[in-house]
Ligand binder design. Sequence first.
Ligand SMILES: [Zn+2]
Length: 259
Amino acid sequence: MTAENSPPAARSRIPRRPSVTHRPSEADGPPHPSVRRASAASEDAVHSVAAALKPRMRGWLHAGVFPLALAGGVVLITVARSAAAVAACSVYALSACLLFGTSALYHRVAWGPRGESVLRRLDHANIFLIIAGSYTPLAVLLLPAGEQRILLVLVWGGAVAGIAFRVFWLGAPRRLYTLCYIALGWAAVFYLPGFAHAGGTTVAVLVVVGGLLYTAGATVYGLKRPDPWPRWFGFHEVFHLLTIAAFTAHYTAIFLGAT
Ligand SMILES: [Zn+2]
């Protein structure tokens, strides 16, 4: 968790860095060791306070889903009926394992400032990967070759652009990048009739239900509410729960399309 993820009440209690009244220039030489020690100590203090305020359930939901996503991925790959379907289901399974595995590691382990900033970038990049990763088997299993290619280029191009945006602008406004996830997620809405045509109404309905659940999760994440029990199960846990429900709907749609 970062200060940005902590509940508002918690954030106000996180000590701020001391304000700098003198900006050292190159001519000043390296900062005195005591200054370095003080700033490292204040950074450590921020992290220990942030860790102490993290809701107790943080990361456990995704940690629990990781082995299920792995097993579900193996099942999909086993039932896939062509080489292209096996490849598409493998991409999907990999993106799911990356999402839940990285999220569990990021949220459950105290990494320190550097590790946390790397994992936070990966955690956010994985959201674009799961969007493109979920569309991949739907396109390959359900669409004719021409449409399949256009959809794959659209979602993977969007995912690469989104990842570059997240990695290079980590401080982007929360609501802006949340909107990017939602926009890419719904970009392929025009292919729903194609999904229904080849896979049946149930598949198309499950794709929409999954999309709505992911969107609800993104909204909770963007607004930081509802935040039911900040000490145990806060808004971020509501968001994680909604991603699991959405993933389950999409997994079922893909399983039905593959069998
Ligand atoms: Zn998270």
